[in-house]
Design a protein around this ligand. Structure first.
Ligand code: 5GP
Ligand code: MG
Ligand code: MG
Length: 180
């Protein structure tokens, strides 16, 4: 692993090595395994693109029968006063009565997850919980409960393990943080 990398105009330094990420993923998978034991076929819903690597590693550690799907949050300019509208695309089929676990790369302000939860709740699942790889407690300002947080970080910008800086850095197996 390199200590310093350059992506576009910025330098990043190593912050969390792959082994530490794996430990955190195992710990959160263990909690989910305990909480959903005996639950009728839960559905994991990953939010693309950022969650692809986390989902891949998390799901291998899940020990109950499950289904898996991916969605995207598409942004466009709405006509409402709040401006931006985000809609969930790619979820085919009913989730009514299902136990859903949303898999996210990172929850920052909570804006994205709030939109996502509003859409999912309207489809009347039996339950929905959020499992995020990273949570930023210092910038979160929504009420949606984030039950599963593999790791918490400060208000800093990170890349790697699925997370990008303007599309670069997703393939890195370690997490890097922006410097200077
Ligand atoms: P929120 O809607 O919670 O403010 O932000 C969620 C989205 O912002 C994430 O899905 C991600 O795309 C982006 N984001 C927030 N913080 C970071 C970060 O530290 N690194 C990267 N790469 N993306 C981030
Ligand atoms: Mg995300
Ligand atoms: Mg991004």
């Amino acid at each position: 692993m390199k200590d310093i990398i350059k992506l576009h105009d910025k330098k990043f330094k190593i912050m969390i090595p792959a082994e530490k990420i794996d430990e955190a993923v195992t710990a959160v998978a263990d909690r989910i395994n305990a909480d959903y034991a005996g639950c009728p076929t839960p559905l994991f819903v990953g939010v693309l693109n950022g969650s692809f690597m986390f989902m891949s590693d998390l799901i291998k550690k899940i020990d109950f029968n499950n289904e898996l799907s991916f969605v995207k949050l598409a942004s466009y300019e709405g006509t409402s006063s709040t401006g931006e509208v985000k809609s969930l695309i790619g979820l085919n089929g009913s989730i009514e009565g299902r136990h859903v676990i949303v898999v996210e790369d990172i929850v920052d302000t909570g804006e994205s997850i709030e939109h996502m939860m509003r859409d999912l709740q309207a489809r009347r699942p039996a339950s929905v919980e959020v499992c995020t790889l990273f949570f930023k407690p210092g910038s979160y300002r929504k009420q949606v409960p984030i039950k599963y947080r593999a790791m918490e970080i400060g208000n800093e910008f990170i890349v790697g393990y699925g997370l990008d800086y303007d599309q670069l850095g997703r393939s890195l197996k370690d997490i890097y943080v922006v410097t200077e």
